[in-house]
Write a protein that binds this ligand. Structure first.
Ligand code: ASN
Ligand code: ZN
Length: 322
């Protein structure tokens, strides 16, 4: 029976690129799977045609091009976090190729997921120094792919802000996992290091203190709220998806801090299982997501668990539930 169970595991993971270790324990066959990432980096050579020229595959040496090598390493770190923390193999969950294009456009001040690949600009050199410089940004973009694969969250209003927030959560978790940081050691910043020295700001967003990532003559003040009382009604940016994401971002930070240790182990696990567990719909709003995280925590750890209480208090703390 044990052998049959492990055989089922082996079958399920057959498409995954990586290593399959077989051993025998008593009369049971033990199957251990260590999937490996499959990365392809392309160079748009400052044009906007995708994918651009392939410059590095999984078995190739470093290119010497900073953006290409940062993208390659960042995808690796993101792959490792998803596998180690959640036993998810890649964007599609079955070890599929992770594709990225660097040097997109001229002075392009952004990075994005286009439904197939991650795309990174070099920045204008005035405000932004290059979007591959922070692993949080790389993991954020890859996570848009994971979210899409998990059923998606419509990129408008509260569901859009949740999409943004979940991408930030896994972005921060990737950096913390890479550095081995506990919740107290982590910066909880998204995009630290992508600004030039001309900007006083430290990062694009702060999950622990939304609205404080920058306050600068160049960029103005960070507009993110951290509580429903400050929710921003706007028609810009698909209804403020990068602004109101501050509220669920701070909820995650509160839950993670209450639990302590490594954020990916419990708070992150609850968020990941909520994303993939079938309790969401593409139009879920903050309240629906809060309810789903609470149900996930109760199912995984028990109704009266520390984890369930931490999640409830987090959403109360940002005013999403009473
Ligand atoms: N960097 C942005 C993001 O990933 C691009 C966008 O606005 N979609 O959210
Ligand atoms: Zn995003």
């Amino acid at each position: 029976e044990a052998a049959r169970a492990t055989l089922a595991v082996a079958r399920e993971y057959r498409p995954v690129r990586g290593r399959l270790d077989l051993s025998v324990d008593g009369d049971a066959l033990v199957v251990e799977v260590s999937p490996a990432p499959d990365r392809v980096i392309s160079d748009a050579q400052n044009r906007t045609t995708l994918p651009g020229v392939r410059v590095r595959g999984e078995d190739d040496p470093a290119t010497g091009d900073r953006a290409a090598d940062e993208a390659f390493d960042g995808l690796g770190a993101t792959f490792d976090m998803y596998w180690d923390a959640f036993r998810r193999a890649s964007i599609d969950g079955v070890g599929g190729t992770m594709a990225a294009t660097v040097h997109y456009g001229v002075d392009y001040d952004n990075a994005f997921w286009n439904g197939e690949r991650m795309v990174f600009g070099d920045g204008d050199g005035e405000v932004f120094a290059g979007f591959t410089r922070s692993v949080t940004v790389i993991a954020h973009e890859l996570s848009h792919g994971v979210i899409e694969n998990a059923g998606g969250l419509e990129y408008t209003g509260q569901s859009g802000a949740l999409n943004e927030s979940i991408a930030d959560v896994f972005g921060a978790l990737t950096e913390q996992h890479l550095q081995g940081q506990s919740v107290d050691e982590a910066s909880w910043l998204i995009g630290a290091g992508i600004f030039t020295d001309a900007v006083q700001g430290t990062a694009l967003r702060s999950m622990s203190a939304p609205g404080t990532a920058y306050d600068d003559d160049v960029l103005g003040r960070d507009p993110q709220p951290g509580h429903m009382a400050d929710y921003v009604e706007t028609t810009e940016d698909n209804g403020g998806v990068h602004i109101n994401s501050g509220i669920p971002n701070r909820a995650f930070h509160l839950a993670a801090m209450a639990l302590g240790g490594h954020a990916w182990e419990r708070a992150g696990r609850i968020w990941y299982l909520t994303l993939t567990g079938g309790r969401l719909s593409p139009r879920s709003d903050f309240a629906a997501f809060a309810a789903a995280t609470r149900a996930t925590a109760a199912e995984e750890y028990g109704e009266d668990s520390e984890e369930a209480a931490a999640v409830r208090d987090a959403w109360t703390g940002v005013g999403v539930i009473e």
